[in-house]
Design a protein around this ligand. Structure first.
Ligand SMILES: Cc1cc2nc3c(=O)[nH]c(=O)nc-3n(C[C@H](O)[C@H](O)[C@H](O)COP(=O)(O)OP(=O)(O)OC[C@H]3O[C@@H](n4cnc5c(N)ncnc54)[C@H](O)[C@@H]3O)c2cc1C
Length: 464
């Protein structure tokens, strides 16, 4: 066996798929009874509910390439145009997030003084070299305290469910740091970048039309017909016997010419040897497997924290509650509420509900309130209902509820993350044939996992 991939989430599946499509010998071992890890869709009572991720942005070539290889391109479903509108709960109500700088000046998302402070961003200096700032430090320097507490915190909550005071700006939003490095001011940088992009487009072409062929990547928020499960099902059938579910890797040993894996498969213990091993498991599992091998490496990996999160789906019969506007809303920490935010699924992806039903997917917990995720299902549903009523005025009773809990939900790229990952990469050089991938290291989105998985698959295929 050339390559053993441990973990059948989207990261491990992407590695295994790339290896197989390049004709390489591989096996994928997944401990649970199904493939997909966090990604999975459930069809029940006229609703398609996602247990974890809701969507991806159609801007990653590796994701498109994978969809094309799996014959799924025709099943990509872009979000409804209404999903372009987003809301933040601030100062007592939901307020629309402005879509452009002129709209920002005219909007009520921040009070006047805070908006003027944002304009003062034009005069911000660069951060001192070599400082790994938190998102909050970076935000306060550039945008002021209030924009950081309201806007930046809401944005990170929607992706990381993290703590704005602890997340590293360089690890979570690298384009912001790049803009600062190159242009000093984010506003100046954004204007110059936009101008350069317009100049680079040949006459007669534009993003929304023109004479050239339409761009392949729409940039749109997307899912698949049938939900994200469609991607997992297609990967599972493409991999066939290569992917083994119910196969938990319990140990890892260096042996002559490669690696020995101790596997517990459907109650039976067995061993498997491979020239290369890819650990595509959560960091806390990788730490356990690495501990007997290299305590220093294991400790570094173990430093990566996760925020727990619960997804509470509330479905409403047709006509019982108005269809909400936009993609959804986020709630900054400063509001001291118990909801991180909610996705208006039926507005964003109407195909995910039957016959005029309304579906909210509420997010609870995160680094902000990890203990809420431990509540039982009934308490989580009650909490989500109370918060939806208080924040968005939803008074109707849902006829459908479903809760998914993720005790180790979202990896937190806290200050020091980039240095930590660099140290992990260096330590891995001591162990030829051992590789780590997955959402804990170099990107948490589905697109990141697929891109990093494909890159690793390519690198291994070229080696073997
Ligand atoms: C609630 C939630 C909402 C999200 N929303 C979005 C979104 O809208 N868009 C987006 O792009 N991303 C989103 N994400 C992030 C994204 O879904 C994840 O980062 C990504 O799916 C992680 O994939 P992975 O393969 O790296 O890890 P995982 O999905 O965690 O897969 C790891 C796999 O390893 C297996 N495993 C563990 N131990 C062993 C072992 N000993 N032996 C064998 N197998 C083992 C596990 O069972 C699991 O299947 C969200 C995540 C969550 C939790």
């Amino acid at each position: 066996m050339k390559v053993a991939v441990v973990g059948g989430g989207i990261s491990g599946l992407a590695v295994a798929h790339r290896l197989r499509s390049r004709g390489r010998d591989a096996v994928l071992l997944e401990s649970s009874a199904r493939l997909g890890g966090a990604v999975g869709t459930h069809a029940r009572d006229g609703y398609l509910v996602e247990q974890g991720p809701n969507s991806f942005l159609d801007r990653e070539p590796a994701t498109r390439e994978l969809a094309a290889a799996l014959n799924l391109e025709g099943r990509i479903r872009a979000a409804d145009a209404a999903a372009k509108r987003r809301y933040v709960y601030t100062r007592g109500r939901l307020r629309a997030v402005p879509a452009s700088p002129p709209a920002f000046l005219g909007s009520d998302i921040l009070p006047l003084g805070a908006k003027l402070r944002v304009m003062g961003e034009l005069f911000t200096g660069r951060a001192p070299e070599g400082v790994d700032e938190s998102l909050a430090q970076f935000g306060r320097r550039h945008l002021g305290r209030m924009a950081t507490e309201v806007l930046l915190d809401a944005v990170q909550t929607g992706i990381y469910a993290g703590d704005v005071e602890r997340l590293s700006v360089a690890a979570t939003f690298p384009p912001l740091v790049k803009l600062e490095r190159e242009h000093r001011s984010l506003i100046l940088g954004a204007i110059r970048t936009q101008k350069a992009q317009r100049k680079a487009l040949p006459a007669g072409t534009g993003v929304t039309g023109g004479t050239a062929a339409p761009p392949k990547l729409s940039g749109a928020l997307s899912s698949f017909e049938g939900g994200l499960q469609a991607l997992i099902d297609a990967l599972a059938s493409s991999l066939g016997d290569v992917a083994r579910v119910g196969a938990k890797v319990e140990g890892l040993e260096r042996v002559e010419g490669g690696w020995r894996l101790m596997v517990e498969e459907h109650g039976r213990r067995s061993e498997l040897t491979a020239e290369q091993v890819v650990l595509a498991v959560p960091a806390h599992v990788a730490t356990r497997l690495l501990q007997p091998l290299d305590a220093t490496l294991a400790a570094k990996v173990g430093e990566i924290e996760y925020a727990p999160i619960a997804v509470v789906h509330l479905g409403f019969d047709p006509g019982t509650t108005p269809a909400p506007d936009g993609f959804g809303f986020l709630v900054p920490r400063v509001e001291k509420r118990r909801l991180l935010g909610s996705i208006h699924v039926s507005t964003t992806f109407p195909f995910r509900v039957e016959g005029g039903r309304v579906l909210y997917s509420c997010m609870v917990g995160g680094a902000r309130q990890p203990d809420l995720v431990k509540l039982d299902e009934a308490a989580l549903v009650a909490l989500a209902r109370e918060e939806l009523k208080a924040l968005a005025g939803v008074t109707a009773a849902p006829s459908f509820t479903q809760v998914f809990r993720w005790p180790a939900g979202i990896p937190q790229y806290n200050v020091g993350h980039l240095e930590r990952v660099a140290a992990i990469d260096v330590a891995l050089q001591r162990w030829p044939g051992l590789h780590l991938t997955g959402n804990a290291y170099k990107g948490i989105g589905i697109n990141d996992c697929i891109r990093n998985g494909a890159l690793l698959g390519d690198a291994l295929a070229s080696e073997t």
